[in-house]
Ligand binder design. Structure first.
Ligand code: NAP
Length: 164
């Protein structure tokens, strides 16, 4: 599986149920990357999408423990095992884990590639992603040139798992 995440320099990803930063080019890159694939999100992250709607151009799988939970344009799963069962037969390379913190934690062990947008700022935060630079299991294999959005500097990075 792949994971897609935007982090600040402390590997923070969110605060008070909100994104830390919204960068239009980063949002477009996520949509391009996931087109034609399967995206996995937690219920809270879906609520943060534009109008709380699933992503277009891909199959959306939303995790929620509530049996009554349903979303138009998305499939739901009420446990990790139910999710993995529904993904049986789907090529792992087509699957993108899109957050939030709880979903990243549960599914990072299944991921071999990480698309990380690294924002050179430090935000107030209460949600984090594992610091892949400090992990012996991951190596950065690609980094874009410096990108800017107003006063924000950021980089598109790719990491590969080198061991389990
Ligand atoms: N920077 C980024 O790239 C990025 C990307 C995504 C999200 N975020 C940030 O992450 C934060 C949200 O993360 P979060 O951890 O609070 O919420 P989350 O992971 O988006 O959603 C959590 C919810 O997902 C459901 N869930 C998770 N695992 C489950 C499982 N195994 N079985 C059944 N349901 C499961 C539960 O829903 P129920 O309560 O309905 O049972 C749970 O309350 C926000 O601040 C957001 O901005 C950042």
């Amino acid at each position: 599986m792949n994971v897609i995440v935007t982090v600040d320099e402390n590997w923070a990803i969110g605060n008070r149920d909100r994104q830390l930063v919204r960068i239009p080019a980063d949002w477009r890159a996520l949509q391009e990357q996931t087109a034609g694939g399967v995206v996995i999100m937690g219920r809270k992250t879906l609520a943060l999408m534009p109008q709380g709607q699933p992503l277009l151009r891909c199959r959306n799988m939303i995790l929620s423990g509530s049996p009554a939970y349903a979303v138009r344009g998305a499939e739901t799963a009420d446990s990790l095992s139910a999710l993995l069962k529904k993904l049986d037969g789907v090529s792992s390379e087509e699957i993108y884990v899109c957050g939030g913190e709880s979903v990243y934690k549960q599914l990072l062990p299944y991921c071999d590639t990480a698309y990380v947008t690294m924002v050179e700022k430090s935000y107030e935060a209460d949600r984090y992603f594992e610091n892949l630079d400090r992990s012996e299991a991951w190596n950065m294999t690609e980094e874009s040139d410096e990108q800017t959005c107003f006063d924000i500097t950021y980089y598109f990075r790719k990491y590969k798992r080198i061991r389990r």
